[in-house]
Structure formats: C-alpha cells, structure tokens
Design a protein around this ligand. Structure first.
Ligand code: 4NP
Length: 156
C-alpha cells in the first residue's frame, strides 16, 4: 500500500480539499486498494472539526465526497505511516522539518512541486484569501500531477 498524507496549517481548508480531490481521483481510477490518502494540520486548533464551509461548498459543487473527514494534527508517527507527505506551502515544509528533521526514505514535498510551469509555487491559504475557487484549481492540477508521478514511480 502506498500512503499519501496532505498537510496544511489548520487541516480545515487546503489539505482536506486535497485529500477529498485525490481520493475522488483514486476512486475513478480504481486505485483505492493500492493507494491510501489522509490529511493533517501543523496546528491543533481545529482538531475534530469538519472541513471549512468554503472547502465544503466547492467540493459539493464538484460532487466530491468529504464524508467522515475530521481535522487532526500531524505527528512524528506519520513518518512511519506514510510514503508521501505533501505540503501546501514553504512554511508547512519548515514546520514539518521541525517535527521530524531526520532523513527518511519518504518523500516530503509541496503539492505544486509536481506541476511544471505552475502559476504558483505554493497553494495560497483561502482561510485568509477567501478564494476557495482558485485554491481548488491549483489543488486539482497538483493532485492530478502527483497521481501521475506516483503511478509512474510505482508502475501502477
Ligand atoms: P488551512 O487554513 O491551513 O488551509 O486549513 C487555515 C485554517 C485555519 C487557520 C489557519 C489556516 N487558523 O489559524 O485557524
């Protein structure tokens, strides 16, 4: 099993959006038995909460399920449980390095690293920008490229 963890600051806007979008892609590609997905936040302020209204609205519009998803905080144990830890911005990467600075075999990268010639190098935080549509556009593109990368890498 290949395990992917999406990470953002609060785990209520960007990373749950990425988790839901990526899972939807796995379902459509019939890959849910080979690849698993989850999300977590650097901060613990929203632990237990469902995704932000703005994230739910855009997922509803796109008919993408977020059933059962609840915010949780990232912990060092996640480095044992996941093969890919995919962050939204540079600060997330710094914070992740503070949680676990050891070199491991797992891939820790930003979602937009998988998109060549991306409009953005980071996924802007809609909690502050209010632009959930634009975040969705970037998350879609990033998840699609990430899935292609993983499929090629693991021959699936
Ligand atoms: P997210 O957005 O990292 O995309 O989930 C945020 C949500 C909440 C907070 C910050 C960012 N907050 O500070 O509560």
């Amino acid at each position: 099993m290949i395990r992917v963890l999406f990470v953002c600051l609060g785990n209520i806007c960007r990373s749950p959006m990425a988790e839901a979008v990526f899972r939807d892609m796995l379902v459509k590609a019939n890959l849910t038995k080979l690849i698993e997905v989850d999300s977590g936040g650097i901060g613990g302020w929203h632990v237990g909460k469902i995704p932000h209204q703005g994230t739910r609205d855009i997922l509803d519009q796109q008919n993408i399920s977020y059933i059962g998803m609840k915010a949780r905080q990232v912990s060092k144990k996640d480095w044992d449980d996941f093969n890919y830890i995919i962050a939204m911005d540079d600060q997330n990467i710094k914070d992740l390095q503070n949680i676990n600075s050891q070199n491991t075999d797992i891939v820790v990268a930003k979602l937009m690293d998988f998109v060549e010639d991306a409009k953005e190098r980071e996924v802007p935080d809609p909690y502050y920008t209010g632009k959930f549509d634009y975040t969705y556009e970037l998350v879609m593109e990033g998840c699609s490229k990430l899935l292609s990368y993983i499929r090629e890498k693991h021959n699936i």
